[in-house]
Design a protein. Structure first.
Lengths: 162, 203
């Protein structure tokens, strides 16, 4: 694999860690952690919107929702995290579960249950990323994430019917 | 001596040339775009949180410093660069290898002063400024200040104290970003063993 691609990853990961630490430090005057998570998610949202515009500039139109989710799992995830989503499940009624067994932003943190309570902080940005990407593809959604054992995590996407 | 060093670093740099038409070329640009967009969102958030541009600049510098202290390890692991013998080499390595590796651009190193420890890095096309438009009210904002912090933190970890300033950011109609770098001194390695031995002598 190209060394340069991997080098970019390190830079983004470090920046991401600094952003999380900044948001939490600047909120220590009694603000709840929920606000910080929202801030991070909104930042991810904006980035996701921008990214998806760049990625899908030359791709064909998507046939349906499932096609969009498959794009997110394969191409989008590969471009952002250099790997694909390991498992995509759906109930065909608007709920999709994206499972990543080795989420890049958590691999350096722990390989088990240690620091589990801190994991949501580092996943909020990515939830926003997915939500932003879907939003600019015309899909309104709510994205949450569930972590039981690091570095595996499950992103749950709930499509909102307008 | 400087010619020798240039040849040596050129040999090492051959690995870093990325052909523009390679299949991985586009994937590489996407990686930087993620960083650029995230950086932009961060600065936007800082503009909301802080009132004064000077505060934003300070926060960016501090964050850059924290990133730099870690990034230097990643850099040294990937690049296998041998120890630089003088400040010319240091500047060359920073410009030709480090910048190329992480941002994909190679700044020009010029304007060396007489003593040979003060130089400028000129970035013709600042990649961080790709999608950014800065409104009038943030005219004092040094948008790319994090780069300075990263350089400062990274060089601190290799025991070089530097004074880095962002002179012109390609924001206010300046096409070029200029970073002024002054290598001040080398830190001596601190030996804690010696310090402990000194205490009983004092008492």
């Amino acid at each position: 694999m190209n060394k340069q691609e991997m080098a970019d990853e390190a830079l983004f990961q470090l920046l991401h860690i600094e952003i999380v630490s900044y948001v939490y430090k600047s909120a220590e005057q009694g603000e709840e952690s929920g606000r910080c998570v929202t801030k991070l998610e909104n930042m991810g949202f904006r980035v996701g919107q921008g990214l998806i515009e760049r990625f899908t500039k030359d791709t064909a139109r998507f046939k349906d929702e499932l096609d969009v989710m498959k794009f997110i799992c394969k191409d989008f995830w590969t471009s952002v995290f250099k790997k694909q989503i390991d498992n995509l499940r759906t109930n065909h009624q608007g709920i999709y579960v994206l499972q990543d067994n080795k989420f890049r932003l958590l691999t350096q943190m722990s390989a088990g249950k240690q620091y589990l309570e801190h994991a949501p902080k580092y996943l909020a940005f990515t939830c926003g990323l997915v939500r932003g990407a879907l939003s600019n593809l015309g899909i309104k959604s709510i994205v949450t994430v569930e972590v039981t054992t690091m570095p595996a995590c499950k992103f749950q996407v709930m499509i909102q019917k307008v | 001596m400087s010619r020798q060093s240039r040849r040596r670093s050129e040999k090492q740099q051959i690995d870093w040339h990325l052909p523009s038409t390679s299949s991985t070329g586009s994937a590489y640009h996407m990686g930087t775009e993620l960083f650029i967009l995230t950086y932009g969102t961060l600065v936007a958030q800082l503009c909301e949180d802080c009132e004064k541009d000077e505060d934003i600049n300070k926060v960016l510098d501090k964050m850059g410093h924290n990133i730099g202290t870690r990034l230097v390890e990643d850099f040294l692991a990937r690049s296998n660069i041998a120890q630089c013998r003088n400040s010319y080499e240091t500047a060359e390595v920073i410009a030709k290898v480090a910048f190329k590796m992480y941002l994909g651009v190679t700044p020009r190193v010029t304007f060396w002063n007489q003593a040979g420890d003060d130089c400028s890095l000129f970035l013709e096309k600042n990649p961080l400024r790709g999608y950014v438009e800065i409104p009038e009210k943030h005219s004092n904002l040094l948008y790319s200040n994090m780069i300075c912090g990263i350089l400062r933190g990274a060089l601190k970890m290799v025991r070089l104290q530097v004074d880095i300033q962002l002179l012109h950011d390609s924001v206010n109609d300046d096409k070029v970003t200029e970073i002024r770098m002054k290598l001040m001194r080398r830190h001596k390695a601190v030996r804690t063993v010696e310090k402990e031995q000194k205490h009983p002598v004092g008492t």
